[in-house]
Design a protein around this ligand. Structure first.
Ligand code: PLP
Ligand code: COI
Length: 361
């Protein structure tokens, strides 16, 4: 595969420093975007070409563009953090690049070379460095690489043209209100993904499939939905946009990757980090009966969700048709907070990165 160079065509009218600082004072999540974006095209027979850094702005698409009808789309999410010395680093971009390739294979799309994915992110962060929030808190610059099928036509088949784009958005906490435990609605009937489906690909369709259950959860006063497996409706899989961990004292367990849940990079990092901190960490199957019973008998001490956007978020209340219960008294648990602090310390450059996870620009 060829690696295109990315030509720099910077904006002649970026936001003023005062406007940018006003946004960075309270960025929220996914509400504001930086001055630039990177685009790279793929055409059958030609491969990847026309890599450019251009001013952030609308894409012009013919109404018959394939992605608008058949949803041939994939995306990623990763963060750039400001380090104590003012430099900037992204967290495990190579893992995102590889997952992007795996998603591309599942959606019959071309694979972007790992080094091009990383370069595209680097070029954008480098150009819009002033948008990376200052060191000290947990704010970051969230990067959203994505790829869409751009062939025009209504035939249902893999497209012969694609557009890869990276945009960036300054990000505060995904859940407003700091490290506050989230409430979970346990979906016992609606599923997010099925065996043989696309659950382990990061593609928009999985999120579209989760919206109705998410709206139902919100109507019940819950923040997020926990999905069970689609066959037995028994095994806990993940939330709509985060993986789950179950804390049994000194042991943490996360649901096994069965193909219908996403292989989270935070999830993977925590399997290692937990061991570094002296916990036992393993993958395993956790049933909904076990979740409820082990909470009631006190062996399941904490539950938390994890993902790039949400970092580590404690689970407080769980609601379901089988009743309602609380994890760790509805408060953030000790292991949850220890892992959270340790992960953020590596991501923000406060702690030594012995695993080579951070990618300095
Ligand atoms: N599961 C789903 C469905 C997600 O969308 C995400 C977010 O990316 C995750 C899990 C967590 O993955 P990661 O830790 O790589 O962000
Ligand atoms: C991420 O954590 O990067 C995600 O993609 C989750 C999304 C629901 C915001």
């Amino acid at each position: 595969m060829t690696t295109p160079t990315i030509e720099l065509k910077p904006s002649s009218s970026p936001l003023s420093e005062a406007e940018r600082e006003a946004i960075l004072a309270s960025p929220g999540f996914g509400r504001h975007f930086t001055d630039h974006m990177v685009t790279i095209r793929w055409t059958e027979g030609r491969g990847w070409h026309d890599g450019e850094l251009v001013p952030y702005g609308p894409l012009s698409l013919d109404p018959a563009t394939n992605v608008l009808h058949y949803a041939q789309e994939i995306f990623e999410g990763l963060k750039a953090y400001r380090r104590p010395d003012g430099s900037v680093a992204t967290f495990r971009p190579d893992a995102n690049a590889r997952r992007f390739q795996a998603s591309a294979r599942r959606l019959a799309m071309p694979e972007l070379p790992v080094e091009t994915f990383i370069e595209a992110c680097d070029v954008l962060v480098q150009q819009d460095k002033a948008w990376v929030p200052s060191h000290g808190g947990e704010d970051s610059l969230y990067l959203r690489p994505f790829m869409i099928a751009t062939e025009v036509g209504l035939g249902v088949r893999p497209a012969n043209e694609y557009l890869f784009v990276v945009i960036a958005s300054p990000a505060g906490p995904y859940f407003p209100g700091g490290v506050k435990p989230v409430s979970i609605w346990l979906s016992e009937d609606r599923v997010r993904a099925v065996p043989g489906g696309m659950g382990d690909a990061k593609t928009g369709g999985n999120y579209a499939a989760s919206l109705l259950a998410q709206a139902e959860a919100a109507a019940k006063g819950c923040d997020q939905v926990a999905y069970l497996d689609a066959v037995e409706h028994k095994w806990v899989e993940e939330l709509g946009g985060m993986n789950l961990y179950f804390v049994y004292g000194d042991k943490i367990v996360t649901p096994t990757l069965t193909g219908s849940l996403l292989a989270g990079i935070t999830r993977d990092s925590l399997l290692q980090l937990a061991k570094d901190l002296g916990y036992e960490a393993e993958e395993g199957r956790v049933s909904i009966d076990q979740w409820q019973a082990d909470t009631e008998n006190g062996t399941l001490t904490e539950v938390f969700a994890c993902g790039t956007a949400a970092v580590i978020t404690p689970v407080g209340t769980v609601k379901s048709t089988r009743g309602e219960w609380q994890q760790s008294g509805g408060e953030p648990g000790e292991a949850t907070m220890r892992l959270r602090d340790a992960l953020l310390a590596i991501q923000t450059g406060k702690a030594e990165d012995v695993h080579g996870w951070t990618h300095e620009l």
